[in-house]
Design a protein around this ligand. Sequence first.
Ligand SMILES: *Cc1c(COP(=O)(O)O)cnc(C)c1O
Length: 470
Amino acid sequence: MNNDDFRQWSARAAEWGADYRNSLRDRPVRPLVKPGDIFKSIEAAPPETAEPMDAIFADFEDKILPGMTHWQHPRFFAYFPANAAPVSVVAEYLVSAMAAQCMLWQTSPAATELETRVVDWMRQALGLPEGFSGVIQDSASSATLAAVLTMRERALDWQGNKKGLSGQARVRIYSSDQVHTSIDRAIWVAGIGEDNLVRIPAAGRFRAMDTVALEAAIVADKQAGLLPAGIIACVGGTSTGGTDDIADVAAVAKRHGLYLHVDAAWAGSAMICEEYRHFWAGIERADSIVFNPHKWLGAQFDCSIQFLRDPESHVRTLAIKPDYLKTHGHDGIVNYSEWSVPLGRRFRALKLWFLLRAHGLDNLRTMIRNHIAWSEGLATRLAREPDFELVTEPMLSLFSFRHQAPSGSDPDEHNLRLVNAINDDGRIYLTQTRVDGRVAIRFQVGQFEATAGDVDTAFDTIAEVARALA
Ligand SMILES: *Cc1c(COP(=O)(O)O)cnc(C)c1O
């Protein structure tokens, strides 16, 4: 492709993107395809000769598009959102065009310095105190892995990376039973082992971990000669929004000298609104906090910020400084590859800069407040229906519910069938979870372009499909 073609096809792609966005409300949120359909439609062997772009683009529209789940669809109420505000897509076009590898300050000074600046903008926007610095990671999973590695190294007096874990004291990490599976995987990958992730029971409306049980577990482990290293708390867990009492957890962490990482991957975005910050009161005492602007806030995937109260132990855990990577003679230079597990880094700060400037915090706050109000409205409406029950009350914009199964049929099977039927209907997209062992249907509003009318459509769809099934 020469530069003239590049110009033409880039323009065509941008046109296509705008048309695509305009068409979303008319498309089913989840595609109506069977496993293997798309695979079978793609040539089995790679092309020996060049093909014209027209043919490639036509196949994209004919073969790929019908097999896409539309995450930017205004009636996407499943999982958590992965919003890509149009302005952040524009920034990503520019990032793609420059295609810089931003591992070191000198490999892209602007990417590094803008990252420092927008991370600090987000710190202010979330109401975190001065002194927190941070880095943009690819995902919350990576941030949590980095935090777990830091916990391990601190506890092992920096000997884990060097000597490995065999022969060392057994490192122990604590979390509630509501945390995301990325915590399990961080524990596996860090070599700590799932048996050493101590799950503290959670209770109450927000399923907060029992901090008395937490402290008892730490004390018991110390007495048994094990090595408590850190605590992972969550604000807005994936299943039903489980939220720990961060101040209480931080007090336990402090008493025992443990590193505290807070996973607020989804809920962190809501903290741009002061009235929701009570959900993470005490957050200033965390050592590490992760939140994903690529979820609710609107920065195109991927963009996950990890805030650090003191980056020293984090960087000491992760930095490798082979000679060929050294940036000589520049004091005070930040090389963000020393703050993450992967070496190579995309320029992720640009889309956040574009997003925050084009929307302003006030518009983003309005969006979040609307989502929460609409979600609460829908929860209230469903709770009033005789054949629906709320399973968990709204935590920000997430709640879960269940439909009464017809007599004689299994409630779990009925609700699983209901989710499938709702999703096959195409107007909306939902996912399910288990609460205390029983199936519940999750609902969250978070899509950038969702309206109150879309949430009304959700009510109609849920009620109609459920009654047709029962
Ligand atoms: C989405 C989510 C994660 C995982 O985020 P990735 O960026 O996909 O790794 C972790 N924790 C919580 C609470 C989440 O909602």
